[in-house]
Design a protein around this ligand. Structure first.
Ligand SMILES: Nc1ncnc2c1ncn2[C@@H]1O[C@H](COP(=O)(O)OP(=O)(O)OP(=O)(O)O)[C@@H](O)[C@H]1O
Length: 300
């Protein structure tokens, strides 16, 4: 089972939203990381077959996806960032409707819907109108519809927005299990959603593929660039001007502990710390506009 994204680009007038991306995706969870506007949704929409690439090809087991025809809907499951439903639909009506669109038999449909209502903790609201559900519950209905046909390739565009921490953990475990012999591609800004479950991560920036690898491989890119130090509380604004601070913790005696990213230590007592995937993300996508070139060492 292989999804081969071969030199894919998408042009919107003078904007290249996706710029010559090549990825060979095999079973497992693949995290697609990138800041707003990086091109993740555009890439996913092309993979899900709802947007045509300007150039390049997407092949599933060697066959261009637009040639899969009828079998396409059996292979792919897609959860868009925003998913539409008729306001009058209850959760059960909606899932039954999608099951028909996906060509499930009534027997399979009943079995699968009951199973997913259970897995997504939605059984108690199955007869409620979707419009009356909380954001997290709506999201879970979206995830359930994408899983209905047990697709071989599951594409999830920011699936965890609106989920609480408990739901996130349940969802992560479900995906890991599901991805055992299938491809699951998840786009997210929330690095912790994929950090521990991704087989591979792909990082996009301004339409391009910036980095690809396992979490262990990617965090190596920021090894020696993550530091911890103690600074006086009243000097925080000054440090914030000069450093990419990724965490702040109040301590006693007017001191604070900071975790920061820089090419070299900024204070004498700075200690190197082990990087996380979030550090790499913040290194690649700094959070504010202050130029930190002097101390970040990015120009070294
Ligand atoms: N249909 C469209 N027409 C014109 N420009 C578009 C269209 N869709 C996306 N874009 C632009 O393409 C770029 C990439 O957008 P895209 O939604 O793929 O990014 P993203 O990484 O998914 O961002 P986010 O995390 O905010 O969803 C953005 O500059 C966006 O404004």
């Amino acid at each position: 089972m292989e999804l081969y994204i071969k030199h894919i680009s998408k042009q919107f007038k003078d904007l290249t939203a996706v710029n010559d991306i090549t990825l060979q995706i095999t079973p497992g969870v693949w995290g697609l990381l990138g800041a707003n506007g990086a091109g993740k949704t555009t890439l996913m929409r092309m993979i899900a077959g709802i947007m045509k690439p300007t150039s390049g090809q997407i092949l599933y087991d060697g066959i261009p996806i637009h040639e899969l025809k009828e079998s396409f809907r059996d292979v792919f499951g897609y959860l868009p960032q925003e998913f539409g439903f008729y306001p009058e639909f209850t959760v059960k009506d909606y899932l039954e409707y999608i099951a028909v669109l996906k060509g499930l038999t009534p027997k399979d449909s009943k079995r699968k819907i009951n199973e997913l209502l259970e897995q997504m903790t939605l059984s108690h609201v199955k007869n409620k109108k979707i419009t009356k559900l909380s954001g997290g519950m709506k999201r879970r209905v979206g995830i359930a519809q994408a899983l209905l046909n047990e697709p071989e390739v599951l594409i999830l565009d920011e699936p965890t927005s609106g989920l609480d921490p408990g739901e996130r953990v349940r969802f992560r475990n479900l995906l890991s299990e599901f991805a055992h012999d299938r491809i699951v591609l998840i786009s997210t800004h929330i690095v912790s959603d994929v950090e521990y479950i991704a087989t591979q991560n792909a990082v996009m920036k301004e339409g391009k593929l910036l980095a690809k690898g396992t979490t262990e491989e990617l965090v190596k890119l920021v090894e020696g660039k993550v530091w911890s130090a103690r600074i006086p509380m009243n000097r925080l604004p000054e440090y914030e001007q000069k450093l990419q601070i990724v965490n702040i913790r109040n301590e006693d005696n007017g001191q604070i502990a900071i975790r920061y990213l820089a090419g070299r230590p900024f204070t004498e007592d700075s200690l190197p710390v082990s990087p996380h995937l979030e550090d790499l993300y913040l290194w690649l996508f700094p959070t504010d506009t202050v130029s930190k070139k002097t101390f970040s060492g990015k120009n070294d």
